[in-house]
Design a protein around this ligand. Structure first.
Ligand code: MG
Length: 244
């Protein structure tokens, strides 16, 4: 009965019996989220105000962000590419809301795919996993290719959903990793990663591996060809643990 939803010819993730994107990894348990999501506090830095993309640009080069903006949200304009904030930041509390298309099409990774790339490098997956199986380390709110979410807290396609993310950037000294990134993610108010340590920037079908990068970076949103919407994107900078 099992659909071929993953890969068996990829490397094995350390400390687990599973391959990267293993379709046989246990699926996240389905949990129904509460009804409401959060508004920005007074000290939040707005990254998208619902009106225009003036704070954004194309993630490739210096071109403009070409996604559609209407009714207070932005929507992926398929084929125009990933977009990123002009602003760069490191340790933070990040909030955003997204909706996958209400018209459901595709399956597995082909249904409502986008992504939230912290520092432009570390993807918290956006996908429609409401009644849609895929490899667990690529399901909604996964740390893509590394950690499945603790549970599947997906709302129905077309409904607004939220990520609240606590992010600590990795630290490097020269080429050496001093401390890995640390991330906690709430999906629709439900903890799905608790102080998880990414094993490196996101890749596809490979084992992630750290490389030195600056302590700040943009927020990047992925154009994966699906009409995913975003709204109410803000962050609060957090002082690094080692800055006293
Ligand atoms: Mg994605």
């Amino acid at each position: 009965m099992a659909k071929n939803i993953g890969y068996g010819d990829t490397p094995t993730l350390p400390g687990t019996p599973y391959h990267v994107h293993d379709g046989n990894r246990p699926q996240p348990k389905v949990v129904t989220p509460g009804a409401t999501a959060g508004e920005a506090p007074s000290d939040a830095v707005a990254l998208f105000d619902g009106k225009d993309l003036s704070g954004w640009k194309s993630a490739a080069g210096e071109g403009e962000a070409k996604w559609k903006v209407e009714n207070g949200y932005m929507e992926v304009a398929p084929g125009t590419g990933d977009i990123r904030t002009k602003e760069e930041f490191g340790d933070c509390q990040l909030h955003l809301e997204f909706a996958t298309p209400s018209v459901v099409k595709g399956e597995s990774q082909g249904r409502g795919n986008s992504g939230v790339f912290l520092m432009g490098l570390y993807e918290i997956q956006v996908l429609d996993c409401y009644d849609n199986l895929t490899y667990p380390d690529g399901s909604t709110a996964s740390i893509y290719g590394e950690y499945p979410p603790l549970v599947n807290a997906c709302r129905k396609p077309g409904e607004w959903q939220s990520y609240d993310i606590l992010w600590k950037a990795p630290c490097f000294e020269g080429d050496n990793l001093l401390s890995p990134a640390l991330v906690t993610v709430l999906f629709n108010g439900i903890v799905v990663h608790h102080a998880a340590q990414p094993i490196g920037p996101t890749g596809h079908r490979n084992l992630a591996e750290y490389f030195p990068h600056p302590p700040v970076g943009p927020l990047k949103l992925q154009d994966h060809g699906d009409l995913v919407r975003y709204r109410n994107i803000w962050y609060r900078p957090l002082k690094g643990y080692d800055e006293g």
